[in-house]
Design a protein around this ligand. Structure first.
Ligand SMILES: NC(=O)c1ccc[n+]([C@@H]2O[C@H](COP(=O)([O-])OP(=O)(O)OC[C@H]3O[C@@H](n4cnc5c(N)ncnc54)[C@H](OP(=O)(O)O)[C@@H]3O)[C@@H](O)[C@H]2O)c1
Length: 299
Protein backbone atom coordinates (compact mmCIF):
# COMPACT_ATOMS: atom_id res chain seq x y z
CA UNK A 1 0.00 0.00 0.00
CA UNK A 2 1.41 3.42 -0.90
CA UNK A 3 1.53 6.11 1.78
CA UNK A 4 -1.08 8.82 1.30
CA UNK A 5 0.54 12.08 0.28
CA UNK A 6 -0.66 15.57 0.97
CA UNK A 7 -1.32 18.16 -1.71
CA UNK A 8 1.56 20.57 -2.06
CA UNK A 9 0.52 24.18 -1.54
CA UNK A 10 2.45 26.02 -4.24
CA UNK A 11 3.30 29.35 -2.61
CA UNK A 12 5.55 30.34 -5.50
CA UNK A 13 2.71 30.11 -8.03
CA UNK A 14 0.24 31.75 -5.63
CA UNK A 15 2.64 34.64 -4.99
CA UNK A 16 3.12 35.11 -8.75
CA UNK A 17 -0.66 35.35 -9.20
CA UNK A 18 -0.87 37.86 -6.35
CA UNK A 19 1.94 39.97 -7.85
CA UNK A 20 0.15 39.93 -11.23
CA UNK A 21 -3.03 41.26 -9.57
CA UNK A 22 -1.01 43.91 -7.71
CA UNK A 23 0.65 45.07 -10.94
CA UNK A 24 -2.72 45.38 -12.70
CA UNK A 25 -4.17 47.32 -9.77
CA UNK A 26 -1.12 49.60 -9.53
CA UNK A 27 -1.52 50.44 -13.20
CA UNK A 28 -5.23 51.12 -12.75
CA UNK A 29 -4.46 53.35 -9.74
CA UNK A 30 -1.95 55.38 -11.69
CA UNK A 31 -4.33 55.77 -14.68
CA UNK A 32 -7.17 56.83 -12.40
CA UNK A 33 -5.37 59.11 -9.95
CA UNK A 34 -1.82 59.68 -11.25
CA UNK A 35 -0.45 58.04 -8.08
CA UNK A 36 2.34 55.47 -8.42
CA UNK A 37 2.82 53.32 -5.28
CA UNK A 38 6.21 54.12 -3.73
CA UNK A 39 8.24 51.78 -1.52
CA UNK A 40 11.33 53.04 0.34
CA UNK A 41 13.73 50.53 1.87
CA UNK A 42 16.28 51.49 4.51
CA UNK A 43 19.35 49.30 4.84
CA UNK A 44 21.84 50.07 7.60
CA UNK A 45 25.21 48.32 7.43
CA UNK A 46 26.44 45.65 5.05
CA UNK A 47 24.94 42.39 6.25
CA UNK A 48 24.95 40.33 3.00
CA UNK A 49 21.66 38.49 3.70
CA UNK A 50 19.88 41.79 4.44
CA UNK A 51 21.30 43.30 1.23
CA UNK A 52 19.88 40.36 -0.78
CA UNK A 53 16.44 40.72 0.86
CA UNK A 54 16.33 44.46 0.19
CA UNK A 55 17.44 43.99 -3.42
CA UNK A 56 14.75 41.35 -4.02
CA UNK A 57 12.08 43.54 -2.49
CA UNK A 58 13.18 46.44 -4.71
CA UNK A 59 13.25 44.33 -7.86
CA UNK A 60 9.80 42.90 -7.23
CA UNK A 61 8.42 46.36 -6.42
CA UNK A 62 9.73 47.65 -9.77
CA UNK A 63 8.27 44.64 -11.59
CA UNK A 64 4.90 45.54 -10.07
CA UNK A 65 5.23 49.04 -11.54
CA UNK A 66 6.04 50.72 -8.21
CA UNK A 67 8.52 53.46 -7.52
CA UNK A 68 11.24 51.75 -5.48
CA UNK A 69 13.98 53.58 -3.64
CA UNK A 70 16.76 52.08 -1.54
CA UNK A 71 18.50 54.15 1.15
CA UNK A 72 21.78 52.77 2.46
CA UNK A 73 23.47 53.97 5.63
CA UNK A 74 26.88 52.88 6.92
CA UNK A 75 27.14 50.26 9.67
CA UNK A 76 28.46 53.07 11.90
CA UNK A 77 25.31 55.23 11.38
CA UNK A 78 23.87 56.75 14.55
CA UNK A 79 20.30 56.32 15.72
CA UNK A 80 19.71 60.04 15.01
CA UNK A 81 20.76 59.57 11.38
CA UNK A 82 18.33 56.67 10.94
CA UNK A 83 15.51 58.61 12.65
CA UNK A 84 16.22 61.65 10.44
CA UNK A 85 15.99 59.49 7.31
CA UNK A 86 12.71 57.92 8.47
CA UNK A 87 11.32 61.41 9.23
CA UNK A 88 12.20 62.53 5.68
CA UNK A 89 10.48 59.44 4.22
CA UNK A 90 7.42 60.03 6.44
CA UNK A 91 7.16 63.52 4.95
CA UNK A 92 7.71 62.45 1.31
CA UNK A 93 4.34 62.22 -0.51
CA UNK A 94 5.85 59.88 -3.17
CA UNK A 95 6.51 57.26 -0.48
CA UNK A 96 3.59 55.05 0.58
CA UNK A 97 5.53 52.29 2.29
CA UNK A 98 8.67 52.38 4.44
CA UNK A 99 10.56 49.28 5.44
CA UNK A 100 13.57 49.32 7.68
CA UNK A 101 15.46 46.07 7.15
CA UNK A 102 16.16 44.23 10.41
CA UNK A 103 18.43 43.42 12.16
CA UNK A 104 19.95 46.86 12.79
CA UNK A 105 23.50 47.40 14.10
CA UNK A 106 23.74 47.18 17.91
CA UNK A 107 23.98 50.96 18.52
CA UNK A 108 20.48 51.42 17.07
CA UNK A 109 17.34 50.51 19.01
CA UNK A 110 14.95 48.79 16.56
CA UNK A 111 11.85 49.59 18.65
CA UNK A 112 12.55 53.34 18.54
CA UNK A 113 13.09 53.20 14.79
CA UNK A 114 9.91 51.22 14.16
CA UNK A 115 7.98 53.60 16.45
CA UNK A 116 9.21 56.56 14.36
CA UNK A 117 7.64 55.26 11.12
CA UNK A 118 4.30 56.85 10.20
CA UNK A 119 1.85 54.01 11.00
CA UNK A 120 0.09 54.71 7.70
CA UNK A 121 3.37 53.92 5.87
CA UNK A 122 4.35 50.99 8.11
CA UNK A 123 3.87 48.31 5.44
CA UNK A 124 5.74 45.71 7.53
CA UNK A 125 2.95 46.07 10.11
CA UNK A 126 5.37 46.15 13.06
CA UNK A 127 4.33 49.52 14.58
CA UNK A 128 2.36 49.29 17.84
CA UNK A 129 -0.47 51.26 16.25
CA UNK A 130 -0.83 48.62 13.55
CA UNK A 131 -0.56 45.87 16.15
CA UNK A 132 -3.40 47.58 18.03
CA UNK A 133 -5.45 47.93 14.86
CA UNK A 134 -4.99 44.22 14.12
CA UNK A 135 -6.14 43.17 17.58
CA UNK A 136 -9.04 45.63 17.73
CA UNK A 137 -10.27 44.98 14.18
CA UNK A 138 -9.23 48.42 12.82
CA UNK A 139 -7.89 49.15 9.35
CA UNK A 140 -4.11 48.83 9.45
CA UNK A 141 -1.28 46.80 8.02
CA UNK A 142 -0.90 43.11 8.87
CA UNK A 143 2.69 41.76 9.10
CA UNK A 144 3.60 40.24 5.74
CA UNK A 145 4.52 36.65 6.67
CA UNK A 146 1.36 35.82 8.66
CA UNK A 147 -0.71 37.62 6.01
CA UNK A 148 0.86 35.38 3.37
CA UNK A 149 0.04 32.30 5.45
CA UNK A 150 -3.56 33.45 5.82
CA UNK A 151 -3.97 33.94 2.06
CA UNK A 152 -2.67 30.40 1.41
CA UNK A 153 -5.01 29.01 4.08
CA UNK A 154 -8.04 30.92 2.76
CA UNK A 155 -7.36 29.54 -0.71
CA UNK A 156 -7.49 26.01 0.69
CA UNK A 157 -10.28 26.64 3.22
CA UNK A 158 -12.54 29.51 2.15
CA UNK A 159 -14.50 28.96 5.39
CA UNK A 160 -12.28 28.20 8.40
CA UNK A 161 -15.05 28.69 10.97
CA UNK A 162 -14.81 26.19 13.81
CA UNK A 163 -11.54 24.63 12.64
CA UNK A 164 -8.95 23.92 15.33
CA UNK A 165 -5.75 25.83 14.59
CA UNK A 166 -2.45 25.44 16.41
CA UNK A 167 0.25 28.08 15.96
CA UNK A 168 3.63 26.83 17.04
CA UNK A 169 5.67 29.92 18.00
CA UNK A 170 4.66 33.23 19.61
CA UNK A 171 7.02 35.80 18.08
CA UNK A 172 5.80 39.33 17.46
CA UNK A 173 6.38 39.11 13.72
CA UNK A 174 4.91 35.65 13.01
CA UNK A 175 3.24 33.59 15.76
CA UNK A 176 1.18 36.21 17.57
CA UNK A 177 -0.25 38.06 14.56
CA UNK A 178 -0.90 34.67 12.91
CA UNK A 179 -2.94 33.57 15.93
CA UNK A 180 -4.92 36.82 15.81
CA UNK A 181 -5.71 36.37 12.11
CA UNK A 182 -6.91 32.82 12.75
CA UNK A 183 -9.14 34.00 15.61
CA UNK A 184 -10.62 36.56 13.19
CA UNK A 185 -11.19 33.72 10.71
CA UNK A 186 -13.32 32.04 13.43
CA UNK A 187 -10.86 29.22 14.16
CA UNK A 188 -10.41 27.87 17.68
CA UNK A 189 -6.78 28.79 18.24
CA UNK A 190 -4.03 27.41 20.47
CA UNK A 191 -0.65 29.13 20.63
CA UNK A 192 2.14 26.71 21.59
CA UNK A 193 5.72 27.63 22.52
CA UNK A 194 8.82 26.47 24.37
CA UNK A 195 6.95 26.17 27.67
CA UNK A 196 4.04 24.14 26.27
CA UNK A 197 3.78 20.79 28.11
CA UNK A 198 3.00 18.30 25.35
CA UNK A 199 3.62 19.89 21.98
CA UNK A 200 3.03 16.73 19.96
CA UNK A 201 -0.37 16.22 21.59
CA UNK A 202 -1.38 19.86 21.02
CA UNK A 203 -0.36 19.61 17.37
CA UNK A 204 -2.26 16.34 16.85
CA UNK A 205 -5.51 18.20 17.57
CA UNK A 206 -4.89 20.73 14.80
CA UNK A 207 -6.94 20.88 11.60
CA UNK A 208 -4.58 23.74 10.71
CA UNK A 209 -1.00 23.71 11.97
CA UNK A 210 1.25 26.73 11.46
CA UNK A 211 4.87 26.05 12.45
CA UNK A 212 7.08 29.10 13.16
CA UNK A 213 9.71 27.81 15.56
CA UNK A 214 13.05 28.33 13.79
CA UNK A 215 14.22 24.73 14.40
CA UNK A 216 14.96 22.46 11.45
CA UNK A 217 12.44 19.64 10.93
CA UNK A 218 11.19 20.02 14.48
CA UNK A 219 7.58 18.91 13.83
CA UNK A 220 7.47 15.17 13.16
CA UNK A 221 5.04 13.20 11.02
CA UNK A 222 3.24 11.62 13.99
CA UNK A 223 2.40 15.12 15.33
CA UNK A 224 0.13 15.71 12.34
CA UNK A 225 -3.59 14.97 12.46
CA UNK A 226 -4.50 12.93 9.36
CA UNK A 227 -5.74 15.29 6.65
CA UNK A 228 -4.58 18.48 8.41
CA UNK A 229 -3.33 21.54 6.53
CA UNK A 230 0.28 22.31 7.48
CA UNK A 231 1.87 25.72 6.91
CA UNK A 232 5.62 25.66 7.46
CA UNK A 233 7.04 29.14 8.05
CA UNK A 234 10.52 27.97 9.03
CA UNK A 235 13.59 28.80 6.97
CA UNK A 236 16.61 26.91 8.29
CA UNK A 237 19.95 26.37 6.60
CA UNK A 238 21.42 22.91 7.26
CA UNK A 239 24.38 21.12 5.67
CA UNK A 240 23.25 18.86 2.80
CA UNK A 241 24.73 15.45 1.91
CA UNK A 242 27.13 17.17 -0.55
CA UNK A 243 28.35 19.52 2.22
CA UNK A 244 26.52 22.51 0.68
CA UNK A 245 23.86 24.33 2.71
CA UNK A 246 20.25 23.48 1.91
CA UNK A 247 17.02 25.01 3.18
CA UNK A 248 14.59 23.06 5.33
CA UNK A 249 11.50 24.13 7.22
CA UNK A 250 10.38 23.63 10.80
CA UNK A 251 8.44 20.51 9.70
CA UNK A 252 9.93 17.15 8.72
CA UNK A 253 8.45 17.42 5.24
CA UNK A 254 8.44 13.81 3.97
CA UNK A 255 6.98 12.43 7.21
CA UNK A 256 4.40 15.18 7.50
CA UNK A 257 3.39 14.83 3.87
CA UNK A 258 2.41 11.21 4.51
CA UNK A 259 -0.15 12.32 7.13
CA UNK A 260 -1.31 15.81 6.13
CA UNK A 261 -4.02 16.77 3.63
CA UNK A 262 -2.01 19.72 2.33
CA UNK A 263 1.41 21.16 3.15
CA UNK A 264 3.65 24.04 2.11
CA UNK A 265 7.15 23.08 0.93
CA UNK A 266 10.37 24.86 1.94
CA UNK A 267 11.50 26.57 -0.20
CA UNK A 268 8.57 27.59 -2.40
CA UNK A 269 5.81 27.78 0.22
CA UNK A 270 5.44 30.69 2.62
CA UNK A 271 8.73 32.39 1.63
CA UNK A 272 7.60 33.88 -1.72
CA UNK A 273 4.36 35.11 -0.13
CA UNK A 274 6.15 37.46 2.24
CA UNK A 275 7.45 39.92 -0.40
CA UNK A 276 4.20 39.65 -2.37
CA UNK A 277 2.33 40.73 0.79
CA UNK A 278 4.75 43.62 1.30
CA UNK A 279 3.80 44.83 -2.18
CA UNK A 280 0.13 44.25 -1.38
CA UNK A 281 0.42 46.41 1.77
CA UNK A 282 2.22 49.16 -0.17
CA UNK A 283 -0.51 49.18 -2.83
CA UNK A 284 -3.11 49.30 -0.04
CA UNK A 285 -1.36 52.32 1.48
CA UNK A 286 -1.28 54.13 -1.88
CA UNK A 287 -4.97 53.32 -2.51
CA UNK A 288 -6.07 54.51 0.94
CA UNK A 289 -4.25 57.81 0.42
CA UNK A 290 -6.55 58.24 -2.60
CA UNK A 291 -9.63 57.18 -0.64
CA UNK A 292 -9.91 53.87 -2.50
CA UNK A 293 -9.75 50.18 -1.64
CA UNK A 294 -7.64 48.01 -4.00
CA UNK A 295 -10.67 45.92 -5.07
CA UNK A 296 -12.28 49.06 -6.53
CA UNK A 297 -9.50 49.11 -9.14
CA UNK A 298 -10.44 45.77 -10.69
CA UNK A 299 -11.67 46.33 -14.23
N1 LIG B 1 9.00 32.67 5.28
C1 LIG B 1 9.33 33.87 5.72
O1 LIG B 1 9.29 34.84 5.00
C2 LIG B 1 9.74 34.02 7.15
C3 LIG B 1 9.57 35.23 7.82
C4 LIG B 1 9.89 35.31 9.18
C5 LIG B 1 10.40 34.19 9.83
N2 LIG B 1 10.61 33.04 9.13
C6 LIG B 1 11.15 31.82 9.77
O2 LIG B 1 10.15 31.34 10.67
C7 LIG B 1 10.78 30.76 11.81
C8 LIG B 1 10.27 31.44 13.06
O3 LIG B 1 10.61 32.82 13.01
P1 LIG B 1 10.33 33.80 14.22
O4 LIG B 1 10.89 35.13 13.84
O5 LIG B 1 8.92 33.70 14.61
O6 LIG B 1 11.28 33.12 15.34
P2 LIG B 1 11.53 33.49 16.86
O7 LIG B 1 11.31 34.93 17.11
O8 LIG B 1 12.83 32.86 17.21
O9 LIG B 1 10.37 32.68 17.63
C9 LIG B 1 10.39 31.29 17.70
C10 LIG B 1 9.21 30.80 18.51
O10 LIG B 1 9.31 29.38 18.56
C11 LIG B 1 9.25 28.95 19.91
N3 LIG B 1 10.16 27.83 20.14
C12 LIG B 1 11.51 27.82 19.99
N4 LIG B 1 11.99 26.60 20.36
C13 LIG B 1 10.95 25.86 20.72
C14 LIG B 1 10.79 24.55 21.20
N5 LIG B 1 11.85 23.73 21.37
N6 LIG B 1 9.56 24.10 21.49
C15 LIG B 1 8.49 24.90 21.34
N7 LIG B 1 8.56 26.17 20.88
C16 LIG B 1 9.77 26.64 20.59
C17 LIG B 1 9.70 30.12 20.76
O11 LIG B 1 9.07 29.97 22.02
P3 LIG B 1 9.31 30.99 23.26
O12 LIG B 1 8.51 32.21 22.90
O13 LIG B 1 8.77 30.24 24.41
O14 LIG B 1 10.79 31.23 23.31
C18 LIG B 1 9.20 31.32 19.94
O15 LIG B 1 7.89 31.68 20.32
C19 LIG B 1 12.28 30.90 11.55
O16 LIG B 1 12.75 29.70 10.91
C20 LIG B 1 12.38 32.05 10.57
O17 LIG B 1 13.54 31.96 9.74
C21 LIG B 1 10.28 32.93 7.82
Amino acid sequence: MTAPTADIIDGKAFAQGLRDRIRARAQALSERTGTVPGLAAVLVGDDPASAVYVRNKGLQAKEAGFLSVEHRLAASATQEEVLRLVAALNADPAVHGILVQLPLPPQIDPQSVIASIDPDKDVDGFHVVNRGRLVSGGKGFVPCTPLGCLLLLRDRHPDMAGMRAVVLGRSNIVGRPMAELLVQADCTVTVAHSRTRDLAEECRRADILVAAVGRPEFVRGDWIKPGATVIDVGINRVPGPDGKARLVGDVAFAEARAAAGAITPVPGGVGPMTIACLLSNTLLSACRREGLEPEQLDG
